[in-house]
Design a protein around this ligand. Structure first.
Ligand SMILES: O=C[C@H](O)COP(=O)(O)O
Length: 214
């Protein structure tokens, strides 16, 4: 299972969380990675933790003030990027352009979507993976894998119909190892989570609990 921890803009220490991700990753067969804010990518990547961007823009080198260029994100140490997170929604053409920009910079891609129909459309754009996240469950602590198992199963089916090589993650409210196991039982290849680790008093203990049953 792939466990990707999105730090959003939570007021945690990104380097400390990254060190915990790195250390716990060495104890498990699961794959752990962390997605810090753009300004923290370089420091986080220097810890040795697998580092992802939360967003890049569908642009090339040039006159793009205030944008995140895929090549810059890769140079800073990121190996992949989230695209179209529920808190950073894009138009369809921009999702497509961002997947191409990330591929140009050799960044792995996960396109996020709200529901199975959008997952099918996202999978058609050729990312490495898609992530289904019902927005109403994000940050609630109520795990999608238990509160809305149908949305996960339907997302897995929708992606497989389009491209069986596109992996499916699920996210929203995931915070325990049982939630991760439930996600795997529904066909997900990983989980995308944030508050369960970023807001935990002890992020390393939270990570250890997430991977304990795997
Ligand atoms: O990127 C992560 C998701 O939005 C889930 O957030 P959450 O784990 O706080 O519900």
């Amino acid at each position: 299972m792939f466990v990707l921890v999105n730090l959003k803009t939570y007021p945690c220490d990104p380097v400390a969380v990254a060190e915990a991700v790195r250390d716990v990753d060495e104890t498990t067969d699961a794959r752990l990675a962390v997605a810090p804010a753009a300004t923290h990518i370089e420091r986080v990547a220097e810890t040795g933790a697998e580092t992802w961007a939360q967003h890049v823009d569908p642009i090339d080198h040039g006159s793009n003030t205030g944008h995140a260029l895929a090549e810059h994100v890769a140079d800073a140490g990121a190996v992949g990027t989230l695209i179209n997170h529920s808190e950073r929604r894009l138009k369809l053409a921009d999702i497509d352009g961002t997947v191409r920009a990330a591929q140009r910079a050799d960044l792995e891609t996960i396109v996020c979507a709200n529901n199975p129909a959008q997952i099918g459309a996202a999978a058609a754009l050729g990312p490495d993976a898609v992530a289904v996240e019902p927005p109403e469950l994000i940050g609630t602590g109520t795990p999608v894998s238990q509160a809305d198992p149908d949305v996960v199963e339907d997302a897995v089916a929708a992606a497989a119909d389009v491209d069986p090589d596109v992996s499916v993650l699920c996210g929203a409210g995931i915070s325990t190892g049982d939630d991760v196991v439930a996600a795997g039982d529904l066909g997900a290849g990983g989980v995308l989570l944030a508050s369960g680790v970023a807001k935990a008093d002890d992020p390393k203990a939270a990570l250890e609990d997430l991977v304990a049953p795997l």
